[in-house]
Write a protein that binds this ligand. Sequence first.
Ligand SMILES: O=C(O)c1cc(=O)[nH]c(=O)n1[C@@H]1O[C@H](COP(=O)(O)O)[C@@H](O)[C@H]1O
Length: 233
Amino acid sequence: MQKDVIIALDFPDRKEALAFLDQFPAGEKPFVKIGMELFYAEGPDMVREIKARGHRIFLDLKLHDIPNTVRRAMAVLSRLDVDMVNLHAAGASEMMKGALEGLTRPDGTRPLLIAVTQLTSTDEAALKNELLIDVPMAETVMRYAKNAADSGLDGVVCSPLEAALVKERCGAGFVTVTPGIRFADSEAGDQKRIMTPERAARSGCDFIVVGRPITKASDPVAAYRRAVADFLG
Ligand SMILES: O=C(O)c1cc(=O)[nH]c(=O)n1[C@@H]1O[C@H](COP(=O)(O)O)[C@@H](O)[C@H]1O
């Protein structure tokens, strides 16, 4: 798996998203993530337009519903030419298997399907006191990762703190996508389980997802290049 930095395009509309991308020189095409905010505002045309500009796309809609609904929704998403999509592993194995079935195109191809384990904004206290999960964070992440692997998925979203253990339990080829990335001098914001790009590089992360430390930087292109240099060396 070719490691890379994915920029979270968390913008309210097409205008802001394209203005952000236009700051990059023509030959530099970062891997980007389109999440709920931009997708709900602009719909599938936004995905098509960014793809046509030459970017790889992680479509982050975090599906979580009954198996039939997720299977049918994934079949719709399979018509978009994206590289990666995700769902919540909390929907359990039958839902994940349904998703895989729905996402697979008639010619057998499909984007990577990745399961969110525990959100990087969740800490041990919320896990125990609000979600009533009475095992340590790493244990629930590993169980969800194992469920995803057994259901045939390609990998998980987890925090960089758990990436090495996921690789150990699910195999080196099982993809780890890790948000919760902060430079040493960044604000954590709402993220709880965080790591710098340099440390993430040594921790079994295949893809780091970086939003605000790049998009809110005074020089976003320089911040992106800093993340790439720190992560890919
Ligand atoms: O699935 C995701 O991408 C995701 C999962 C997760 O556990 N935590 C998480 O932060 N994300 C996404 O990763 C991005 C992180 O953005 P920043 O916190 O601004 O770097 C956001 O777009 C989140 O929606």
